[in-house]
Design a protein around this ligand. Structure first.
Ligand SMILES: N[C@@H](CCC(=O)N[C@@H](CS)C(=O)NCC(=O)O)C(=O)O
Length: 151
């Protein structure tokens, strides 16, 4: 893959949004460079690529950034038409898959729908004891998760 055709994914190891993009790239066999973002200290590239939400994941292809995991998944499926296709061919089956993914996003992993859970997590992460103990574990898991996913 040439430099101009390079695929770069800016993500965060524990993010389900990031994971689904990573899985789609791997399912399609698309080589990509992974850039781990520290969400407490976002890189200038992330801020430049996603100035609206400043969130991961961001996929950069032909030096053009694409944000929002679902939009990225659609982009991947439309750009790399090789199998496996991420959505079924049949429009009715596609609609059903979209319904399920929307349901999961809205009910389970959307901070806007579950503000209490997400605000607890944010508050817990600010506790000095938690702050002190998170970095080594975070680093350990991140390094090992990345090692095992690239094996
Ligand atoms: N709707 C977005 C959600 C992405 C999202 O919430 N990303 C989180 C990581 S799990 C993030 O970057 N948070 C940093 C922030 O909001 O400042 C998507 O589907 O991509």
């Amino acid at each position: 893959m040439g430099e101009e055709n390079k695929v770069v994914l800016h993500g965060m190891w524990a993010s389900p949004y990031n994971k689904r993009v990573e899985l789609a790239l791997k399912l399609k066999g698309i080589p990509f460079e992974y850039v781990e973002e520290d969400l407490q200290n976002k890189s200038p590239q992330l801020l430049q690529y996603n100035p609206v939400y400043k969130r991961t994941p961001v996929l950069v292809h032909y030096a053009k950034p694409i944000s929002e995991s679902r939009i990225i998944l659609e982009y991947i499926d439309e750009t790399w038409k090789n199998s496996p296709s991420l959505l079924p061919e049949d429009p009715c089956k596609r609609a059903k898959v979209r319904f399920r993914t929307t349901y999961i996003e809205q009910q389970l992993v959307d901070p806007e729908r579950n503000p209490l859970i997400f605000s607890w997590l944010a508050a817990i992460k600010q506790l000095p004891l938690v702050k002190e103990s998170i970095p080594p574990l975070y680093k350990f898991v991140r390094e090992n998760a990345l090692k095992s996913s690239s094996a």
